[in-house]
Ligand binder design. Structure first.
Ligand code: HEM
Length: 200
């Protein structure tokens, strides 16, 4: 069985280990971002895109500054901004800085895994967005082929066991990224609640 702590089980692939360690966080995030089956309106979709933009902007900056070129997924904030503009909305300001202190072994790999792996979820969500939006909602971000291509390339690197220090560093970093996304998503919900409580 996959371990749910930071120490990889001998022989376990890094991907299996990372998925097990972040499964609960992923479920929380999925719920907080209200996956497409909970969306009714363009405003719901725009909120999802705004959260994605706010959370990803500092992560893309972190990877650009700290990661080797082969661990930098194609940036997607430009695609999200494009979708928001097509919905008639400006891009949101970036979320607060993302930091994990001094990057150790595995940190860039863990961050790249979360961003690249989310392309799998996006592939599922885009089908629902096309259905709910009657084909009229922009999907440059969710339908991004570049993200999927990067993901396929990363698989060879993670579908094998990693050295213990690398596995531990990647797990810590991946957990930090999920916590960062969750903070942005929950902050967005707090803003929604505050807006709804205002007199019309
Ligand atoms: C917004 C709602 C979301 C939904 C509905 C969703 C859904 C999914 C689905 C269906 C998968 C594929 C599971 C599989 O094939 O085994 C997946 C995997 C994944 N998602 Fe999400 N996701 C969401 C948000 C996110 C976000 C915001 C992130 C990044 C912070 C993320 C990161 C990942 C990762 C890292 C994987 C696993 C990659 C792997 O298999 O190694 N997801 N998600």
């Amino acid at each position: 069985m996959a371990s749910a702590n930071k120490t990889a089980v001998p022989g376990e692939s890094l991907r299996t280990h990372l998925r097990a360690a972040t499964m609960a966080a992923h479920d929380l995030l999925d719920h907080a971002m209200q996956a497409a089956n909970g969306w009714q309106t363009r405003a719901d979709y725009a909120r999802f895109l705004s959260l994605q933009h706010a959370a990803r902007a500092p992560l893309e900056s972190w990877l650009a500054a700290h990661a080797p070129a082969d661990l930098v997924p194609p940036p997607q904030t430009g695609l999200i901004a494009q979708d928001l503009a097509r919905l008639g909305l400006p891009s949101p300001a970036p979320a607060p800085l993302f930091t994990i202190g001094r990057p150790g072994p595995g940190a860039a790999l863990g961050i790249a895994w979360v961003l690249a792996g989310s392309a799998l979820g996006n592939k599922a969500i885009v089908k629902q967005v096309v259905r709910i939006g009657g084909g009229g909602w922009p999907v440059a971000f969710l339908g991004d082929d570049g993200a999927m291509a990067f993901w396929q390339g990363l698989r060879a690197r993670i579908e094998r066991p990693a050295a213990p220090a690398e596995a531990e560093g990647a797990t810590r970093a991946a957990e930090a990224v999920f916590a960062h996304f969750l903070g942005v998503a929950e902050g967005g919900q707090a803003e929604d609640a505050a807006r709804e409580s205002l007199p019309a």
